[in-house]
Ligand binder design. Structure first.
Ligand code: UD1
Ligand code: UDP
Length: 356
């Protein structure tokens, strides 16, 4: 059986790392990189550090408006699927690469497996929300990371093909943490003491495309009581340059880092401030309190458990959350048992697509 896996953006490389390893134990995998992310620090570093196989195809699409980027990806993916004739296509998460691959595959009558299915923010202004709703609709296998995701799909009338597998990002964290322990010099490189800094990431459109939000976040964190390490996403760097927004005060900007450095930075941070989906989850997994710079989240369990606070881009709320967020000592296993990839691979093996 041949599976085409389609990735294109940073979080997809991280999600594909554990699943690709499992898939290749049972099936033939053809890996397609759309080229949505192309800087070495957003792409190559993850393939190298996480031993992700070299993509069989790289479409090198690059950055465009949503329609043009998605359309160009669809043209490229359609050609490859026509040639490779896979038995199944696997897509990850909620980016334009996810939507492009899911749409092309379903129209070619090729079964689609969606990893991280069922997530909802219920905010249709988010490009990711549209991408994930449509990808779920196009999918035959919906691999849900949480029970909330299963419930969301059920409310939309999608019950066939839904599997609660746990989160492949937890698999990744468990697997690569072993390497992290051998690499304790990472913090020295940035001259940081464990617990002596905050970690910030900002890249979501609702913050970068709204100058007031971005200014509020940056000016507020600049005045916090400890250094704020800030690996700057290129999208955010570009906007800040255009706005003439200075990174001053306690902010320590750095280039985007690889997965192992990011895990080291996350696990030793006093608190994490972020608008990233993946970083919110990792903060919980690592037991670091998280202040989320959004008004809603797909990872509602982390908020319910008291480890995550939603503050949007509100200056007062950000400061208050950083000062007062004090999670309980207990943490439930919200994201499965670290064997999500193995479960996904077994579900595929036991399904009718495997016997085609
Ligand atoms: C994309 C995803 C988002 C995901 C994020 C992960 C969509 C709609 N958005 O957002 O869901 O959370 O990836 O990081 O799919 N750029 C570079 N170098 C690169 C890539 C991008 O400089 O390698 C710059 C370009 O100026 C580009 C901008 O970043 O226009 C945005 O890139 P794009 O891939 O469109 O969206 P992201 O904001 O990265
Ligand atoms: N990440 C990383 N280096 C960075 C910033 C983030 O390795 O400089 C990792 C992070 O640990 C998480 C993933 O990238 O595993 C999240 O991706 P991102 O925030 O870009 O997208 P989202 O999860 O919001 O879609």
């Amino acid at each position: 059986m041949k599976i085409c896996s389609v990735v294109g953006a940073r979080p997809q490389f991280i999600k594909a790392a554990p699943l690709s390893r499992e898939i290749r134990k049972r099936f033939e995998e053809v890996l397609i990189h759309t080229g949505q992310h192309y800087d070495d620090s957003l792409s190559r570093v993850f393939f190298q550090e996480m031993d992700i196989p070299e993509p069989d195809y790289n479409l090198e699409i690059g950055s465009f408006s949503h329609g043009k980027q998605t359309g160009l990806m669809m043209i490229g993916i359609e050609e490859i699927l026509g040639k490779e004739k896979p038995d199944m296509v696997i897509v990850y998460g909620d980016t334009n690469s996810t939507l492009a691959a899911a749409l092309v595959a379903v129209k070619l009558h090729c079964p689609v497996g969606h990893v991280e299915a069922g997530l909802r923010s219920f905010n249709r202004a988010m490009p990711e929300e549209i991408n994930r709703v449509l990808a779920d609709r196009a999918s035959d296998f919906l691999f849900c990371p949480t029970q909330t995701a299963v419930d969301n799909l059920e409310r939309e009338g999608i019950t066939r093909g839904c599997y609660m597998t746990g989160d492949v990002m937890y698999d990744a964290l468990k697997y690569y943490r072993r390497r992290l322990d051998d690499d304790s010099n990472l913090l020295n490189e940035f001259d940081l003491a464990p617990g002596g800094y905050y970690l910030l990431t900002v890249h979501r459109a609702e913050n970068t495309d709204n100058p007031e939000n971005l200014r509020a976040i940056i000016e507020t964190v600049a005045g916090l009581d400890m250094p704020v390490v800030f690996p700057v996403h290129p999208r955010t760097r570009n906007v800040m340059e255009k706005m003439g927004l200075e990174l001053s005060g306690m902010i320590r900007p750095i280039d985007p880092v690889g997965y192992l450095q990011m895990m080291a930075l996350e696990s030793s941070a006093k608190k994490i401030l972020t608008d990233s989906g993946g970083v919110q989850k990792e903060a919980y997994m690592l037991g670091v309190p998280c202040v989320t710079l959004r008004d809603e989240t797909e990872w509602v369990e982390t908020v319910e458990e008291g480890w995550n606070l939603l503050v949007g881009a509100d200056r007062k709320a950000i400061i208050e959350a950083v000062e007062t967020l004090d999670p309980p000592s207990e943490r439930k296993d919200l994201f499965g048992d670290g064997c999500a990839a193995e479960k996904i691979s077994r579900i595929i093996a036991d399904s009718s697509v495997a016997t085609l």
